[in-house]
Design a protein around this ligand. Structure first.
Ligand code: GZL
Length: 307
């Protein structure tokens, strides 16, 4: 039979084109939709054959997908791990099959870093710090308590763990800041609305909502308005992502500050894939560029927002 010209186990095409197996978290948020589009469009542009699967936010579906890519002898596997833990076994299977793995968007907590070639994605601790820094500055002249409720991302996911840690790091110095309630909204609008409704019933005076993504913040806005309060005024809102709907809410004054988390990882992913398939060395960590938006910056950026 024809041996594969590319490195590793890739024998699928045999004509030198690279086949990538990609396991996506799901389709839970506007960010995820934009990320999927970036990966799919970039694979086409790069001439990489993409096998793509949506795990509906279930780790066992991602593990199944990775195993099927190993069976199909793809040249490279890339995925965004829905949670940080529980990957060592399947990643060892990929390593034994000599198929390089690239982590994109979210990280794993495996101690054995030989199980993947690189991690391409945001610094979520930094994102949490940026959110906290804005809040500290916003309330620098006030002595009164600042009651914060927090909508966390998916339990056990790197963005949820790290955004929470970074935010707390920034506010811990001043005891007026109190996180009076904190619960997962699983990064979705529906769950964000549901949990915010519960917060509004159980927590008398909420000053601030810190939501780990725009989508949960947008769901919370529905709950806040449903309770007859004004989002952005009665309850200040900080979110992370900066997808179009979030930026529109920021422009309308319903959200007060957004920390950007870029989903446009596709082009860098395809460049890295071409290198790892040829056994070229790549940096073990590639951090994405991203910024922050206040209301007037959102108004300026909205017209050319890609997603
Ligand atoms: C962050 C990404 C998160 C987004 C959410 O890189 O993993 O998952 O912040 C998405 O919108 O659901």
């Amino acid at each position: 039979g024809c041996g594969s010209s590319s490195g590793g186990g890739g024998a699928s095409a045999g004509d030198g084109t690279i086949t990538m197996g990609f396991s996506q978290v799901g389709a839970e948020s506007g960010w995820r939709t934009a990320n999927t589009k970036s990966v799919q469009d970039s694979a086409k542009t790069a001439g990489i054959t993409l096998k793509f699967s949506d795990a509906q936010q279930k780790q066992e579906n991602q593990i199944k997908a990775i195993r099927s890519y190993i069976q199909q002898k793809v040249d490279v596997i890339a995925f965004s791990p829905v949670v940080e833990s529980g990957w060592d076994t399947v990643l060892k299977e990929a390593k034994n099959a000599k198929i390089p793995v690239i982590l994109t968007d979210r990280a794993v907590d495996s101690k054995d870093t030989s199980l993947y070639k690189t991690f391409l994605g945001s610094d979520f601790v930094e994102e949490g710090k940026k959110a906290g820094k804005w809040l500290v500055d916003e309330y620098k002249d006030s002595k009164d308590p600042v009651n914060i409720v927090e909508l966390q991302g998916t339990t056990g996911s790197a963005p949820a763990n790290d955004r929470k840690a970074g935010f707390q790091e920034e506010i811990k110095a001043d005891p007026k800041f109190k996180i009076v309630a904190s619960q997962t909204g699983d990064f979705t609008r529906a769950k964000g609305k549901e949990v915010m409704e519960a917060f509004l019933k159980s927590t008398p005076d909420i000053d601030v909502l810190f939501a780990h993504n725009d989508d949960m913040g947008l769901g919370a806005i529905e709950a806040i308005e449903g309770a007859g309060k004004v989002p952005g005024k009665d309850i200040k809102i900080i979110t992370i992502d900066a997808v179009k709907d979030g930026m529109q809410a920021l422009s309308d004054g319903k959200i007060n500050y957004i920390v950007e988390c870029s989903p446009l990882l596709g082009p860098q992913l395809m460049d890295l894939a071409k290198k790892v398939v040829k056994n070229e060395t790549v940096p073990t960590r590639v951090v994405t560029e991203e910024t922050v938006f206040n209301q007037e910056q959102a108004k300026a950026a909205l017209p050319n927002r890609q997603y």
